[in-house]
Design a protein around this ligand. Structure first.
Ligand code: C2E
Ligand code: CA
Ligand code: CA
Length: 573
Protein backbone atom coordinates (compact mmCIF):
# COMPACT_ATOMS: atom_id res chain seq x y z
CA UNK A 1 0.00 0.00 0.00
CA UNK A 2 2.83 2.31 0.98
CA UNK A 3 4.52 1.40 -2.22
CA UNK A 4 1.42 2.33 -4.23
CA UNK A 5 1.07 5.59 -2.29
CA UNK A 6 4.65 6.40 -3.04
CA UNK A 7 4.15 5.68 -6.74
CA UNK A 8 1.08 7.95 -6.91
CA UNK A 9 2.92 10.78 -5.12
CA UNK A 10 5.88 10.46 -7.47
CA UNK A 11 3.66 10.65 -10.54
CA UNK A 12 1.90 13.71 -9.13
CA UNK A 13 5.22 15.39 -8.49
CA UNK A 14 6.46 14.57 -12.00
CA UNK A 15 3.27 15.89 -13.51
CA UNK A 16 3.55 19.06 -11.56
CA UNK A 17 7.14 19.42 -12.72
CA UNK A 18 6.12 18.84 -16.34
CA UNK A 19 3.26 21.28 -16.34
CA UNK A 20 5.65 23.80 -14.77
CA UNK A 21 8.06 23.34 -17.74
CA UNK A 22 5.16 23.50 -20.15
CA UNK A 23 4.10 26.77 -18.57
CA UNK A 24 7.58 28.10 -18.87
CA UNK A 25 7.79 27.18 -22.56
CA UNK A 26 4.45 28.77 -23.27
CA UNK A 27 5.54 31.93 -21.48
CA UNK A 28 8.79 32.10 -23.44
CA UNK A 29 6.93 31.54 -26.70
CA UNK A 30 4.44 34.28 -25.88
CA UNK A 31 7.13 36.86 -25.23
CA UNK A 32 8.94 36.32 -28.55
CA UNK A 33 6.05 37.73 -30.60
CA UNK A 34 6.28 34.74 -32.91
CA UNK A 35 3.96 31.78 -33.43
CA UNK A 36 5.29 28.24 -32.97
CA UNK A 37 4.28 24.80 -34.08
CA UNK A 38 5.70 21.93 -32.12
CA UNK A 39 5.47 18.44 -33.56
CA UNK A 40 6.37 15.26 -31.81
CA UNK A 41 7.12 12.43 -34.23
CA UNK A 42 6.77 9.89 -31.51
CA UNK A 43 3.27 10.93 -30.49
CA UNK A 44 2.23 12.34 -33.87
CA UNK A 45 1.02 15.30 -31.89
CA UNK A 46 1.06 18.98 -32.80
CA UNK A 47 1.00 21.87 -30.35
CA UNK A 48 0.55 25.50 -31.36
CA UNK A 49 2.26 28.12 -29.21
CA UNK A 50 3.01 31.87 -29.09
CA UNK A 51 0.80 34.30 -30.99
CA UNK A 52 -0.64 31.63 -33.26
CA UNK A 53 -4.10 33.15 -33.06
CA UNK A 54 -2.85 36.44 -34.52
CA UNK A 55 -2.25 34.71 -37.84
CA UNK A 56 -4.60 31.75 -38.02
CA UNK A 57 -8.25 31.31 -37.14
CA UNK A 58 -7.86 27.58 -36.44
CA UNK A 59 -5.68 25.38 -34.30
CA UNK A 60 -3.67 22.43 -35.58
CA UNK A 61 -3.50 19.25 -33.55
CA UNK A 62 -2.35 16.75 -36.10
CA UNK A 63 0.22 16.82 -38.96
CA UNK A 64 -2.58 15.96 -41.39
CA UNK A 65 -3.96 19.40 -40.72
CA UNK A 66 -0.82 21.06 -42.17
CA UNK A 67 -2.76 21.13 -45.45
CA UNK A 68 -5.03 23.77 -43.91
CA UNK A 69 -2.05 26.00 -43.24
CA UNK A 70 -0.88 25.66 -46.83
CA UNK A 71 -4.31 26.63 -48.12
CA UNK A 72 -3.95 30.01 -46.40
CA UNK A 73 -1.13 31.05 -48.70
CA UNK A 74 -0.80 32.02 -52.31
CA UNK A 75 -0.34 29.10 -54.62
CA UNK A 76 3.20 29.86 -55.65
CA UNK A 77 4.28 29.76 -51.98
CA UNK A 78 2.33 26.63 -51.09
CA UNK A 79 4.76 24.01 -52.38
CA UNK A 80 7.74 25.54 -50.61
CA UNK A 81 5.71 25.79 -47.44
CA UNK A 82 4.75 22.12 -47.70
CA UNK A 83 8.41 21.21 -47.96
CA UNK A 84 9.16 23.09 -44.79
CA UNK A 85 6.18 21.80 -42.84
CA UNK A 86 6.73 18.15 -43.74
CA UNK A 87 10.49 18.38 -43.51
CA UNK A 88 11.96 15.48 -41.57
CA UNK A 89 14.49 13.25 -43.24
CA UNK A 90 15.44 15.47 -46.09
CA UNK A 91 18.84 15.96 -44.53
CA UNK A 92 18.05 19.58 -43.84
CA UNK A 93 17.90 20.51 -40.24
CA UNK A 94 16.80 23.99 -40.80
CA UNK A 95 14.85 25.63 -43.58
CA UNK A 96 13.15 28.99 -44.13
CA UNK A 97 10.41 30.10 -46.46
CA UNK A 98 8.64 33.47 -46.94
CA UNK A 99 4.93 33.29 -47.67
CA UNK A 100 2.32 35.80 -48.68
CA UNK A 101 -1.09 35.27 -47.05
CA UNK A 102 -4.01 35.12 -49.54
CA UNK A 103 -6.19 38.22 -49.74
CA UNK A 104 -4.07 39.86 -47.10
CA UNK A 105 -1.05 42.02 -47.17
CA UNK A 106 0.77 39.84 -44.69
CA UNK A 107 4.09 38.09 -45.15
CA UNK A 108 5.07 35.23 -42.83
CA UNK A 109 8.38 33.50 -42.56
CA UNK A 110 8.52 29.82 -41.55
CA UNK A 111 11.68 28.46 -40.03
CA UNK A 112 11.95 24.77 -39.15
CA UNK A 113 14.31 22.80 -36.95
CA UNK A 114 14.21 19.05 -36.60
CA UNK A 115 16.04 17.07 -33.95
CA UNK A 116 17.04 13.45 -34.30
CA UNK A 117 17.95 10.66 -31.90
CA UNK A 118 21.24 8.79 -31.93
CA UNK A 119 19.99 6.44 -34.64
CA UNK A 120 19.14 9.43 -36.85
CA UNK A 121 15.41 9.09 -36.43
CA UNK A 122 13.56 12.42 -36.20
CA UNK A 123 12.06 12.97 -32.78
CA UNK A 124 10.80 16.55 -32.59
CA UNK A 125 10.28 19.45 -34.85
CA UNK A 126 9.72 23.09 -34.07
CA UNK A 127 8.48 25.58 -36.65
CA UNK A 128 8.87 29.25 -35.83
CA UNK A 129 6.49 31.61 -37.69
CA UNK A 130 7.49 35.27 -37.90
CA UNK A 131 5.57 38.24 -39.27
CA UNK A 132 7.95 39.90 -41.78
CA UNK A 133 5.39 42.21 -43.45
CA UNK A 134 7.07 45.41 -42.28
CA UNK A 135 10.46 44.29 -43.45
CA UNK A 136 9.04 43.19 -46.82
CA UNK A 137 7.29 46.52 -47.36
CA UNK A 138 10.41 48.44 -46.49
CA UNK A 139 12.25 46.31 -49.01
CA UNK A 140 9.61 47.03 -51.64
CA UNK A 141 9.94 50.73 -50.97
CA UNK A 142 13.70 50.53 -51.28
CA UNK A 143 13.28 48.55 -54.48
CA UNK A 144 10.86 51.18 -55.77
CA UNK A 145 13.29 53.94 -54.96
CA UNK A 146 16.08 52.02 -56.62
CA UNK A 147 14.12 51.28 -59.80
CA UNK A 148 11.59 54.04 -60.30
CA UNK A 149 11.56 57.78 -60.73
CA UNK A 150 9.34 59.41 -58.12
CA UNK A 151 8.22 62.33 -60.32
CA UNK A 152 6.83 60.30 -63.22
CA UNK A 153 6.49 56.74 -61.90
CA UNK A 154 8.52 55.58 -64.89
CA UNK A 155 11.71 53.52 -64.58
CA UNK A 156 14.75 55.48 -63.56
CA UNK A 157 17.93 55.57 -65.58
CA UNK A 158 19.72 52.72 -63.77
CA UNK A 159 16.84 50.32 -64.03
CA UNK A 160 16.29 51.22 -67.67
CA UNK A 161 19.93 50.49 -68.48
CA UNK A 162 19.61 47.15 -66.69
CA UNK A 163 16.43 46.21 -68.54
CA UNK A 164 17.83 47.42 -71.85
CA UNK A 165 20.82 45.15 -71.19
CA UNK A 166 18.37 42.25 -70.86
CA UNK A 167 16.66 43.24 -74.12
CA UNK A 168 20.02 43.33 -75.87
CA UNK A 169 21.06 39.90 -74.57
CA UNK A 170 17.73 38.42 -75.61
CA UNK A 171 17.95 40.09 -79.01
CA UNK A 172 21.38 38.58 -79.50
CA UNK A 173 19.99 35.10 -78.87
CA UNK A 174 16.86 35.58 -80.92
CA UNK A 175 18.52 37.71 -83.62
CA UNK A 176 16.11 40.59 -83.11
CA UNK A 177 16.29 44.35 -83.25
CA UNK A 178 16.03 46.68 -80.25
CA UNK A 179 15.17 50.33 -80.94
CA UNK A 180 16.16 52.99 -78.45
CA UNK A 181 14.46 56.39 -78.57
CA UNK A 182 16.02 59.37 -76.83
CA UNK A 183 13.22 61.88 -76.33
CA UNK A 184 13.88 65.47 -75.29
CA UNK A 185 11.27 68.20 -74.82
CA UNK A 186 12.17 71.23 -76.98
CA UNK A 187 12.88 74.56 -75.27
CA UNK A 188 12.21 73.08 -71.85
CA UNK A 189 14.49 75.65 -70.27
CA UNK A 190 12.15 78.36 -71.46
CA UNK A 191 9.27 76.63 -69.65
CA UNK A 192 11.34 76.23 -66.49
CA UNK A 193 12.79 79.74 -66.57
CA UNK A 194 9.66 81.48 -67.76
CA UNK A 195 6.96 79.66 -65.76
CA UNK A 196 8.86 78.22 -62.84
CA UNK A 197 10.08 74.82 -61.76
CA UNK A 198 6.65 73.68 -60.52
CA UNK A 199 5.16 74.11 -63.98
CA UNK A 200 8.23 72.43 -65.47
CA UNK A 201 7.75 69.47 -63.14
CA UNK A 202 4.09 69.21 -64.05
CA UNK A 203 4.89 69.15 -67.74
CA UNK A 204 7.45 66.38 -67.18
CA UNK A 205 4.94 64.51 -65.03
CA UNK A 206 2.11 64.72 -67.56
CA UNK A 207 4.38 63.82 -70.41
CA UNK A 208 5.83 60.93 -68.40
CA UNK A 209 2.35 59.65 -67.61
CA UNK A 210 1.52 59.69 -71.29
CA UNK A 211 4.67 57.74 -72.09
CA UNK A 212 3.62 55.19 -69.43
CA UNK A 213 0.88 54.11 -71.81
CA UNK A 214 3.50 52.51 -74.07
CA UNK A 215 4.81 50.24 -71.30
CA UNK A 216 4.47 46.56 -72.08
CA UNK A 217 6.48 43.40 -71.98
CA UNK A 218 8.43 44.61 -75.00
CA UNK A 219 8.47 48.35 -74.43
CA UNK A 220 10.21 50.02 -71.50
CA UNK A 221 10.28 53.74 -70.80
CA UNK A 222 12.35 55.74 -68.35
CA UNK A 223 12.72 59.30 -67.15
CA UNK A 224 16.43 59.94 -67.63
CA UNK A 225 16.62 63.38 -66.05
CA UNK A 226 15.08 66.83 -66.35
CA UNK A 227 13.08 66.75 -69.60
CA UNK A 228 14.69 63.66 -71.08
CA UNK A 229 12.97 60.31 -71.55
CA UNK A 230 14.19 57.07 -73.06
CA UNK A 231 12.23 54.26 -74.60
CA UNK A 232 13.41 50.84 -75.70
CA UNK A 233 11.39 48.62 -77.99
CA UNK A 234 12.18 44.94 -78.24
CA UNK A 235 11.63 43.49 -81.70
CA UNK A 236 9.76 46.51 -83.11
CA UNK A 237 6.83 45.47 -85.26
CA UNK A 238 3.14 46.24 -85.78
CA UNK A 239 1.98 48.98 -83.41
CA UNK A 240 5.31 49.09 -81.69
CA UNK A 241 7.48 50.28 -84.53
CA UNK A 242 9.34 53.56 -84.02
CA UNK A 243 7.15 55.17 -86.68
CA UNK A 244 3.89 54.08 -85.03
CA UNK A 245 5.06 55.27 -81.62
CA UNK A 246 6.32 58.54 -83.06
CA UNK A 247 2.94 59.10 -84.67
CA UNK A 248 1.18 58.56 -81.34
CA UNK A 249 3.60 60.95 -79.63
CA UNK A 250 2.92 63.58 -82.30
CA UNK A 251 -0.84 63.14 -81.95
CA UNK A 252 -0.63 63.50 -78.18
CA UNK A 253 1.49 66.64 -78.16
CA UNK A 254 -0.70 68.27 -80.77
CA UNK A 255 -3.55 68.14 -78.24
CA UNK A 256 -1.53 70.21 -75.77
CA UNK A 257 -1.13 69.76 -72.02
CA UNK A 258 -3.59 71.39 -69.65
CA UNK A 259 -1.88 72.32 -66.39
CA UNK A 260 -3.47 72.64 -62.95
CA UNK A 261 -3.23 76.42 -63.19
CA UNK A 262 -5.50 76.24 -66.23
CA UNK A 263 -2.77 77.05 -68.68
CA UNK A 264 -2.63 75.07 -71.90
CA UNK A 265 0.84 74.29 -73.09
CA UNK A 266 1.89 73.12 -76.52
CA UNK A 267 5.23 71.47 -76.74
CA UNK A 268 7.33 69.71 -79.28
CA UNK A 269 9.96 67.04 -78.83
CA UNK A 270 13.16 66.04 -80.57
CA UNK A 271 13.82 62.33 -80.87
CA UNK A 272 17.00 60.44 -81.65
CA UNK A 273 16.78 56.77 -82.59
CA UNK A 274 19.52 54.15 -82.44
CA UNK A 275 19.09 50.44 -82.98
CA UNK A 276 20.71 47.25 -81.82
CA UNK A 277 22.72 45.78 -83.54
CA UNK A 278 23.30 48.51 -86.15
CA UNK A 279 24.41 51.37 -83.90
CA UNK A 280 25.95 49.38 -81.07
CA UNK A 281 25.82 46.12 -79.17
CA UNK A 282 25.94 47.64 -75.71
CA UNK A 283 23.03 49.14 -73.81
CA UNK A 284 24.93 52.23 -72.68
CA UNK A 285 26.33 52.92 -76.12
CA UNK A 286 22.88 52.57 -77.69
CA UNK A 287 21.61 55.28 -75.35
CA UNK A 288 24.63 57.46 -76.18
CA UNK A 289 24.12 57.02 -79.92
CA UNK A 290 20.42 57.87 -79.61
CA UNK A 291 21.37 60.98 -77.63
CA UNK A 292 23.88 62.07 -80.26
CA UNK A 293 21.30 61.80 -83.03
CA UNK A 294 18.77 63.60 -80.83
CA UNK A 295 21.13 66.59 -80.83
CA UNK A 296 21.22 66.32 -84.58
CA UNK A 297 17.39 66.48 -84.59
CA UNK A 298 17.61 69.58 -82.38
CA UNK A 299 20.02 71.33 -84.67
CA UNK A 300 17.86 70.39 -87.65
CA UNK A 301 15.19 72.69 -86.22
CA UNK A 302 13.69 70.67 -83.33
CA UNK A 303 10.24 69.00 -83.43
CA UNK A 304 11.68 66.14 -85.43
CA UNK A 305 12.98 62.60 -85.35
CA UNK A 306 16.44 61.60 -86.47
CA UNK A 307 17.73 58.10 -87.11
CA UNK A 308 21.24 57.01 -86.33
CA UNK A 309 23.73 56.60 -89.13
CA UNK A 310 27.48 56.18 -89.09
CA UNK A 311 28.43 59.66 -90.45
CA UNK A 312 26.51 61.31 -87.60
CA UNK A 313 28.57 59.38 -85.07
CA UNK A 314 31.78 60.15 -86.94
CA UNK A 315 30.98 63.87 -87.00
CA UNK A 316 30.23 63.75 -83.33
CA UNK A 317 33.45 61.95 -82.46
CA UNK A 318 35.40 64.42 -84.61
CA UNK A 319 33.74 67.27 -82.77
CA UNK A 320 34.61 65.77 -79.40
CA UNK A 321 38.23 65.26 -80.50
CA UNK A 322 38.45 68.85 -81.74
CA UNK A 323 36.83 70.12 -78.59
CA UNK A 324 39.48 68.44 -76.46
CA UNK A 325 42.34 69.67 -78.59
CA UNK A 326 40.80 73.13 -78.68
CA UNK A 327 40.99 73.46 -74.90
CA UNK A 328 44.72 72.87 -75.08
CA UNK A 329 45.14 75.22 -78.02
CA UNK A 330 43.37 77.99 -76.12
CA UNK A 331 45.62 77.40 -73.15
CA UNK A 332 48.80 77.40 -75.25
CA UNK A 333 47.52 80.06 -77.69
CA UNK A 334 48.28 77.80 -80.65
CA UNK A 335 46.68 80.16 -83.11
CA UNK A 336 47.91 82.66 -85.63
CA UNK A 337 46.28 85.24 -87.83
CA UNK A 338 46.24 85.47 -91.58
CA UNK A 339 45.14 88.59 -93.40
CA UNK A 340 43.20 88.81 -96.63
CA UNK A 341 43.34 92.03 -98.65
CA UNK A 342 40.26 93.91 -99.79
CA UNK A 343 40.48 96.23 -102.82
CA UNK A 344 38.37 99.19 -103.89
CA UNK A 345 36.79 98.67 -107.31
CA UNK A 346 37.03 102.30 -108.39
CA UNK A 347 40.76 102.90 -107.92
CA UNK A 348 42.07 99.31 -107.24
CA UNK A 349 43.62 100.58 -104.05
CA UNK A 350 44.01 98.42 -100.94
CA UNK A 351 41.05 99.30 -98.79
CA UNK A 352 41.83 97.10 -95.84
CA UNK A 353 42.44 93.57 -94.60
CA UNK A 354 40.30 90.96 -92.91
CA UNK A 355 41.91 89.13 -90.01
CA UNK A 356 41.22 85.38 -90.23
CA UNK A 357 42.25 83.00 -87.49
CA UNK A 358 44.32 79.88 -88.19
CA UNK A 359 44.87 76.90 -85.93
CA UNK A 360 47.66 74.43 -86.47
CA UNK A 361 47.18 71.52 -84.07
CA UNK A 362 50.04 69.63 -82.37
CA UNK A 363 50.28 67.24 -85.35
CA UNK A 364 50.80 70.31 -87.50
CA UNK A 365 47.44 69.77 -89.12
CA UNK A 366 45.56 72.91 -90.13
CA UNK A 367 42.03 73.01 -88.73
CA UNK A 368 39.71 75.39 -90.52
CA UNK A 369 38.00 78.13 -88.50
CA UNK A 370 34.79 77.08 -90.27
CA UNK A 371 35.12 73.83 -88.27
CA UNK A 372 36.41 74.97 -84.90
CA UNK A 373 34.72 78.36 -84.47
CA UNK A 374 31.21 76.82 -84.27
CA UNK A 375 32.56 74.33 -81.69
CA UNK A 376 34.23 77.13 -79.73
CA UNK A 377 30.94 79.05 -79.81
CA UNK A 378 29.17 76.10 -78.25
CA UNK A 379 31.64 75.40 -75.45
CA UNK A 380 32.51 78.98 -74.60
CA UNK A 381 36.11 78.85 -75.88
CA UNK A 382 35.15 81.58 -78.35
CA UNK A 383 35.55 84.18 -75.59
CA UNK A 384 39.30 83.73 -74.98
CA UNK A 385 39.80 83.04 -78.71
CA UNK A 386 37.86 86.16 -79.71
CA UNK A 387 39.75 88.31 -77.23
CA UNK A 388 43.02 86.97 -78.54
CA UNK A 389 41.98 87.79 -82.14
CA UNK A 390 41.00 91.34 -81.17
CA UNK A 391 44.27 91.97 -79.33
CA UNK A 392 46.48 90.33 -81.96
CA UNK A 393 44.88 91.96 -85.02
CA UNK A 394 44.96 95.40 -83.42
CA UNK A 395 48.57 94.85 -82.37
CA UNK A 396 49.53 94.08 -86.01
CA UNK A 397 47.51 97.01 -87.21
CA UNK A 398 49.36 99.39 -84.88
CA UNK A 399 52.72 97.98 -85.95
CA UNK A 400 51.95 98.33 -89.68
CA UNK A 401 50.57 101.79 -89.19
CA UNK A 402 53.77 102.85 -87.46
CA UNK A 403 55.98 101.20 -90.08
CA UNK A 404 54.12 101.94 -93.32
CA UNK A 405 51.58 104.61 -92.48
CA UNK A 406 49.15 103.30 -95.12
CA UNK A 407 45.46 104.14 -94.50
CA UNK A 408 43.95 100.70 -93.86
CA UNK A 409 40.83 99.29 -92.30
CA UNK A 410 41.32 96.24 -90.12
CA UNK A 411 38.24 93.97 -90.28
CA UNK A 412 37.77 91.64 -87.32
CA UNK A 413 35.22 88.82 -87.21
CA UNK A 414 33.13 88.97 -84.07
CA UNK A 415 31.04 86.02 -82.94
CA UNK A 416 27.51 86.65 -81.66
CA UNK A 417 28.41 85.15 -78.29
CA UNK A 418 31.35 87.49 -77.94
CA UNK A 419 29.29 90.47 -79.00
CA UNK A 420 26.56 89.81 -76.46
CA UNK A 421 28.94 89.96 -73.49
CA UNK A 422 28.68 93.04 -71.30
CA UNK A 423 32.44 93.52 -71.24
CA UNK A 424 32.82 93.34 -75.02
CA UNK A 425 32.82 97.08 -75.74
CA UNK A 426 35.05 98.09 -72.77
CA UNK A 427 37.54 95.37 -73.72
CA UNK A 428 37.70 96.52 -77.32
CA UNK A 429 38.12 100.17 -76.28
CA UNK A 430 40.87 99.18 -73.88
CA UNK A 431 42.83 97.33 -76.58
CA UNK A 432 42.43 100.23 -79.04
CA UNK A 433 43.65 102.66 -76.44
CA UNK A 434 46.66 100.56 -75.48
CA UNK A 435 47.78 100.34 -79.13
CA UNK A 436 46.81 103.91 -79.98
CA UNK A 437 44.50 102.90 -82.80
CA UNK A 438 41.70 105.13 -84.07
CA UNK A 439 38.15 103.67 -83.89
CA UNK A 440 37.58 104.51 -87.58
CA UNK A 441 40.44 102.16 -88.48
CA UNK A 442 38.67 99.17 -86.99
CA UNK A 443 35.70 97.38 -88.55
CA UNK A 444 33.76 94.67 -86.76
CA UNK A 445 32.29 91.95 -88.96
CA UNK A 446 29.10 90.67 -87.42
CA UNK A 447 26.58 88.23 -88.85
CA UNK A 448 22.81 88.36 -89.00
CA UNK A 449 22.63 85.71 -86.28
CA UNK A 450 23.42 88.50 -83.81
CA UNK A 451 20.21 90.26 -84.76
CA UNK A 452 17.88 87.34 -84.11
CA UNK A 453 17.77 87.72 -80.35
CA UNK A 454 16.68 90.95 -78.73
CA UNK A 455 16.97 93.23 -81.71
CA UNK A 456 16.59 96.41 -79.62
CA UNK A 457 19.48 95.55 -77.32
CA UNK A 458 21.73 94.58 -80.22
CA UNK A 459 20.90 97.78 -82.02
CA UNK A 460 21.66 99.85 -78.93
CA UNK A 461 25.12 98.32 -78.66
CA UNK A 462 25.70 98.92 -82.36
CA UNK A 463 24.72 102.57 -81.84
CA UNK A 464 27.19 102.81 -79.01
CA UNK A 465 30.03 101.37 -81.10
CA UNK A 466 29.01 103.71 -83.89
CA UNK A 467 29.15 106.66 -81.51
CA UNK A 468 32.73 105.77 -80.69
CA UNK A 469 33.39 105.80 -84.44
CA UNK A 470 33.99 102.05 -84.83
CA UNK A 471 32.87 100.67 -88.20
CA UNK A 472 30.33 97.85 -88.46
CA UNK A 473 30.12 95.41 -91.32
CA UNK A 474 27.32 92.90 -91.88
CA UNK A 475 28.99 89.62 -92.93
CA UNK A 476 27.65 86.77 -95.09
CA UNK A 477 24.69 88.82 -96.25
CA UNK A 478 22.10 86.70 -98.04
CA UNK A 479 22.68 83.47 -96.12
CA UNK A 480 20.48 84.12 -93.10
CA UNK A 481 16.98 85.48 -92.96
CA UNK A 482 18.18 88.58 -94.79
CA UNK A 483 15.21 90.80 -94.48
CA UNK A 484 16.06 93.96 -96.34
CA UNK A 485 13.52 95.79 -94.20
CA UNK A 486 15.50 95.57 -90.98
CA UNK A 487 18.59 96.96 -92.65
CA UNK A 488 16.91 100.29 -92.69
CA UNK A 489 17.85 102.06 -89.50
CA UNK A 490 20.61 99.66 -88.53
CA UNK A 491 23.79 101.54 -87.79
CA UNK A 492 26.07 99.66 -90.20
CA UNK A 493 28.72 100.93 -92.61
CA UNK A 494 29.41 97.92 -94.79
CA UNK A 495 27.55 94.96 -96.16
CA UNK A 496 29.41 91.86 -97.34
CA UNK A 497 27.62 89.97 -100.09
CA UNK A 498 28.10 86.29 -99.44
CA UNK A 499 30.32 84.17 -101.66
CA UNK A 500 27.36 81.98 -102.65
CA UNK A 501 25.97 84.92 -104.71
CA UNK A 502 29.34 85.77 -106.23
CA UNK A 503 29.75 82.09 -107.22
CA UNK A 504 26.61 82.19 -109.36
CA UNK A 505 26.51 85.68 -110.84
CA UNK A 506 27.98 84.53 -114.11
CA UNK A 507 25.77 81.51 -114.51
CA UNK A 508 22.41 82.24 -112.97
CA UNK A 509 20.05 84.99 -114.05
CA UNK A 510 18.00 85.20 -110.84
CA UNK A 511 21.18 85.42 -108.73
CA UNK A 512 22.22 88.34 -110.94
CA UNK A 513 18.89 90.09 -110.35
CA UNK A 514 19.11 89.66 -106.58
CA UNK A 515 22.79 90.67 -106.42
CA UNK A 516 22.14 93.78 -108.49
CA UNK A 517 19.24 94.83 -106.30
CA UNK A 518 21.27 94.26 -103.13
CA UNK A 519 24.15 96.38 -104.44
CA UNK A 520 21.86 99.17 -105.58
CA UNK A 521 19.90 99.17 -102.33
CA UNK A 522 23.08 99.16 -100.26
CA UNK A 523 24.36 102.14 -102.17
CA UNK A 524 21.08 104.02 -101.77
CA UNK A 525 21.13 103.34 -98.02
CA UNK A 526 24.58 104.89 -97.98
CA UNK A 527 26.46 101.72 -97.05
CA UNK A 528 29.50 100.29 -98.68
CA UNK A 529 29.25 96.89 -100.46
CA UNK A 530 31.95 94.19 -100.38
CA UNK A 531 31.90 91.12 -102.63
CA UNK A 532 33.31 88.08 -100.84
CA UNK A 533 35.12 85.15 -102.43
CA UNK A 534 35.76 86.60 -105.88
CA UNK A 535 37.75 83.93 -107.70
CA UNK A 536 37.46 84.76 -111.39
CA UNK A 537 38.00 87.74 -113.64
CA UNK A 538 34.40 87.46 -114.86
CA UNK A 539 33.07 87.69 -111.33
CA UNK A 540 35.30 90.69 -110.64
CA UNK A 541 34.20 92.50 -113.81
CA UNK A 542 30.57 91.81 -113.13
CA UNK A 543 30.72 93.05 -109.53
CA UNK A 544 32.57 96.12 -110.71
CA UNK A 545 29.95 96.75 -113.41
CA UNK A 546 27.01 96.64 -111.03
CA UNK A 547 28.68 99.12 -108.70
CA UNK A 548 29.99 96.94 -105.88
CA UNK A 549 32.54 99.02 -103.96
CA UNK A 550 35.04 96.49 -102.63
CA UNK A 551 36.36 93.11 -103.81
CA UNK A 552 37.81 90.40 -101.62
CA UNK A 553 38.79 86.97 -102.88
CA UNK A 554 41.46 84.55 -104.03
CA UNK A 555 41.68 86.30 -107.38
CA UNK A 556 43.18 89.42 -105.84
CA UNK A 557 44.73 87.91 -102.75
CA UNK A 558 44.40 84.88 -100.53
CA UNK A 559 44.56 85.14 -96.75
CA UNK A 560 48.28 85.37 -95.97
CA UNK A 561 50.58 85.26 -92.95
CA UNK A 562 51.63 88.64 -91.46
CA UNK A 563 55.10 88.54 -93.06
CA UNK A 564 53.61 88.21 -96.53
CA UNK A 565 51.12 90.96 -95.75
CA UNK A 566 54.03 93.20 -94.83
CA UNK A 567 55.72 92.51 -98.17
CA UNK A 568 52.53 93.66 -99.83
CA UNK A 569 52.51 96.83 -97.73
CA UNK A 570 56.18 97.49 -98.52
CA UNK A 571 55.31 97.53 -102.22
CA UNK A 572 52.74 100.22 -101.57
CA UNK A 573 55.22 102.58 -99.97
P1 C2E B 1 34.11 84.60 -93.35
O1 C2E B 1 34.13 85.66 -92.32
O2 C2E B 1 33.03 84.63 -94.34
O3 C2E B 1 35.52 84.64 -94.02
C1 C2E B 1 35.73 84.43 -95.37
C2 C2E B 1 36.18 83.06 -95.63
O4 C2E B 1 36.21 82.82 -97.03
C3 C2E B 1 37.59 82.79 -95.15
O5 C2E B 1 37.68 81.43 -94.80
C4 C2E B 1 38.41 83.03 -96.38
O6 C2E B 1 39.65 82.38 -96.36
C5 C2E B 1 37.52 82.46 -97.44
N1 C2E B 1 37.76 83.04 -98.75
C6 C2E B 1 38.10 84.31 -99.05
N2 C2E B 1 38.19 84.47 -100.38
C7 C2E B 1 37.86 83.28 -100.94
C8 C2E B 1 37.77 82.81 -102.28
O7 C2E B 1 38.00 83.54 -103.25
N3 C2E B 1 37.40 81.53 -102.47
C9 C2E B 1 37.14 80.69 -101.43
N4 C2E B 1 36.80 79.44 -101.69
N5 C2E B 1 37.21 81.11 -100.14
C10 C2E B 1 37.58 82.39 -99.90
P2 C2E B 1 38.30 81.00 -93.46
O8 C2E B 1 39.48 81.84 -93.16
O9 C2E B 1 38.43 79.54 -93.52
O10 C2E B 1 37.21 81.40 -92.41
C11 C2E B 1 36.01 80.75 -92.39
C12 C2E B 1 35.06 81.39 -91.43
O11 C2E B 1 35.54 81.25 -90.09
C13 C2E B 1 34.95 82.87 -91.62
O12 C2E B 1 34.08 83.15 -92.65
C14 C2E B 1 34.44 83.31 -90.27
O13 C2E B 1 33.05 83.09 -90.19
C15 C2E B 1 35.14 82.36 -89.35
N6 C2E B 1 36.30 83.03 -88.77
C16 C2E B 1 37.52 83.13 -89.26
N7 C2E B 1 38.32 83.84 -88.42
C17 C2E B 1 37.55 84.19 -87.37
C18 C2E B 1 37.78 84.94 -86.17
O14 C2E B 1 38.85 85.46 -85.90
N8 C2E B 1 36.73 85.09 -85.33
C19 C2E B 1 35.50 84.57 -85.59
N9 C2E B 1 34.53 84.76 -84.72
N10 C2E B 1 35.26 83.87 -86.71
C20 C2E B 1 36.27 83.69 -87.60
CA1 CA C 1 34.16 87.73 -92.24
CA1 CA D 1 31.75 86.13 -94.92
Amino acid sequence: MDELHYQVNLLKAMNQKLSGRDKMFRLVCDTTNNAFLYYSFEKSEVVTLGNWDDHFSFRVKDSREFVRICEEFEENNAQMLKDVLYLEKSGLERSTVECHIKNGRKWLEFETRVSYDEAGVPTDKIICIRDITKFKNQNDELKYMAYYDSLTGLYNRNYFVMRLGEFVRKAEEEQCVVSVLFIDIDDFRKINDGMGLVVGDEVVQQYGQFLCSFLSENVIVCHMNSDVFCMAIYDPCGSRTVEAIHKKIQERIQKGFVLTNGLELHLTVSIGVAEYPEASKSALELINCAEIVMFKAKSAGKDSIQYFDAPILRDFLDTVAIENKLKEAVFNKNFCLHFQPQYCTDNQKLRGVEALIRWRDEENKMISPAVFIPIAEKNGAIIPIGNWVMEESIRYYAEWKRKYDYPLIMSINISAIQYKRKDFVPQLLDIMQRYQVEPSEIELEITESILIEDFAEVKEKLMMLRDYGIRISLDDFGTGFSSLAYLNGLPIDTLKIDKSFVDRVNTDESTRIITESIVSMVSRLGYESVAEGVETKEQLEYMQKIGCNVIQGYLLGKPMPPEEMEQLLVKLL
